[in-house]
Each structure stands twice: as structure tokens, then as C-alpha cells.
Design a protein around this ligand. Sequence first.
Ligand code: SF4
Length: 84
Amino acid sequence: MRALFQLRESSISSLIPTMPQGKPAGVPCVQLDEQMRCKVFGQPERPAMCGQLQASVEMCGDVADGGVHARAWLMRLEELTRPG
Ligand code: SF4
């Protein structure tokens, strides 16, 4: 759950370009392109939290599943860290 603690300690909510009110849980980031790639990857406006999130077996799973495990894991984190 290290990543969960990182998410709580380093809020992503006010840092995503063009999402000044933050990214609600369950809503895709506006910086994702049609291939689900980050449009600001490698650019200074990419939120620091995004760069700090480290891949792990816990997050990504231990088999290549095309990201199914990771998406489910991240959606659960969003629900767990949803304000209020
Ligand atoms: S890595 Fe890019 S697409 Fe993903 S949340 Fe951060 S800004 Fe959005």
C-alpha cells in the first residue's frame, strides 16, 4: 500500500493541467490520448505525483494482462481516497 500512502501525501487533485478542480474518482485524466498515453509525459507540466508513482507487483500484477489488474487497482485507490 506504499502507493496509496503516496497518493494521500502528494495530492494529484490540483496539479493536472486543464483540470484545475482536480480529477474526480472514476473520471479519466484529460491528459490521456486515444491510446491511453499521457500527453504531458516528460513535460514540466506533468504533475510531480505522476512521476513519483512507482510501478510494483502489487499495482501491476504478476502476469501480463494488458493493464487489467493495474486499472482495477488504480480505480480502487481512487475510491479509497475519494474526498468526503
Ligand atoms: S500521468 Fe498523465 S495521464 Fe496520467 S494522471 Fe498524470 S497527467 Fe494524467
